[in-house]
Write a new protein. Structure first.
Length: 129
């Protein structure tokens, strides 16, 4: 495993080791260009689990220091986006530096995405090619 500590994750119900293995691969088998902006929807599709379990695994990996939560806000008028460490850091009013438009993020909740960045990289000796 890239992250043996993932085996310590325990849910209300037993999580199958195979799921943890797949989750481990999903995080570990990435080059440096693919280590930011991981989405729950991608995990759901990739390892075929339900949303609740996907979110649980992502949050647990955050507690383990492997992932870091990030909120990405897309400007509703252009392609500009900003990243925030927490939901509370998103300002109530924003002036976009690209489109010069002013807007309230709370009116564009659908433009806010929860993503995860990998902050702990797997040990070199464990990287399979
Ligand atoms: Zn904009």
């Amino acid at each position: 495993m890239y992250y043996p500590e993932l085996m310590s994750i325990k849910g209300n119900v037993q999580i199958h080791p195979e799921i943890l293995n797949k989750f481990d691969n999903w995080i570990g088998k990435r080059d440096f260009t693919q280590r930011r902006g991981l989405k729950a929807s991608q995990l759901i599709e990739q390892i075929n689990i339900d949303r609740e379990l996907a979110q649980f695994l992502l949050v647990e990996a955050t507690y383990l220091g492997i992932l870091k939560k990030q909120y990405v806000l897309f400007c509703p008028f252009c392609n500009e986006f900003k990243r925030y460490d927490s939901f509370n850091e998103i300002p109530s009013e924003i002036e976009c530096s690209q489109s010069q438009k002013e807007y309230s993020p709370s009116s564009y909740i659908r433009n806010i995405f929860l993503v995860f960045d990998i902050v702990k990289y797997p040990g070199k000796e464990l990287i399979k090619t």
